[in-house]
Design a protein around this ligand. Sequence first.
Ligand SMILES: NC(=O)c1ccc[n+]([C@@H]2O[C@H](COP(=O)([O-])OP(=O)(O)OC[C@H]3O[C@@H](n4cnc5c(N)ncnc54)[C@H](O)[C@@H]3O)[C@@H](O)[C@H]2O)c1
Length: 326
Amino acid sequence: MKKILVTGGAGYIGSHIVEQLVKLKKKVIIIDNLSTGHKKLINKKALFFNCDIKNFKKLNKIISKYHFDSIFHLAACLSVEEAEKKPTKYYNNNVIGTKNIINVCKKNQIKNLIFSSSCAVYKDKIQQVNEKSKLKPKGIYGNSKFLAEKLIIKELHKTKIKYAILRYFNVAGASESGKIGQITRGDQLFKNLSLASIKKKPKIYIYGNNYKTKDKTCVRDYIHVSDIAKIHLLTLSRIKKLKKSIILNCGYGKGVSVLEAVNEFQNQIKKNILVKYKKRRKGDMEKIISNNSRIKNFLKWSPPKNPLRLIVKSCINWEKKISKQY
Ligand SMILES: NC(=O)c1ccc[n+]([C@@H]2O[C@H](COP(=O)([O-])OP(=O)(O)OC[C@H]3O[C@@H](n4cnc5c(N)ncnc54)[C@H](O)[C@@H]3O)[C@@H](O)[C@H]2O)c1
């Protein structure tokens, strides 16, 4: 059986993809440098290599040894705030790293490449973005994904390799298995709210309350991590079947403001969360919601009902669980 490679498979989203692949008895190999990934998230049924995708020689050695059919490429740095301070790190990791992946694909007759992109590639303040909306990343992180996308399209469109560029909107939640979820503490709202929710006196910082949105806080389109993982598997089988490359927005098409998310957490934990406002963060978009018509048609997929409640529930359960372990 052909093996599947997951770069970034020790990370939050990658580990959910690996879990679903393993469940389907696929042979999975993970490449990750554990910079933000965790040994605890590495699926025991997958083969793991501690390798940095910037190291072309090592990367190529692993990939040429195993016969891969497809690569899910998730390895990247993704802190919007850090990217503004360390642009070169983000360029090297996310753009040059992706260039290495493209080159190993070409060298090793890989058939399919699925790339994790982001809604951060779009221009800010468009009501609902579709895949043809204007691309104009506001920050360094978004720009690194934009440049990586451009490389994939330019380098692969004349080859036999099929690609899918998945532009995730905001990913949150944890696996139903209870075994994996988000560990890394970054600057993500749902992680911060999950951490707050298990405290006696929950408190949260909100960056900016002077945006032109319904309640003056930022608006995002949150998607459950299990759905993102499922979308990867569906996309791979679709591009294989249709022999077609595609760009897909991965979101539910529903805008949730920061304060709405805070309220949902408050309702579920039955406690008040103290909100403290800070000034806006550089690189943060005001509002970004997906038009998901293309993905719904292409994958015959539809978002769940009441997704926010499900996402928040799984976040709280996961945080309770890991608070006892770490
Ligand atoms: N979390 C979100 O809401 C979101 C939204 C849009 C896009 N994405 C994209 O999804 C992908 C996965 O993100 P995540 O949320 O799981 O974050 P994560 O930090 O948990 O996962 C990234 C993984 O990549 C690994 N990695 C980073 N640089 C590497 C390198 N040079 N070589 C090898 N491994 C490396 C890290 O160790 C980590 O395990 C990223 O490409 C990210 O840009 C995430």
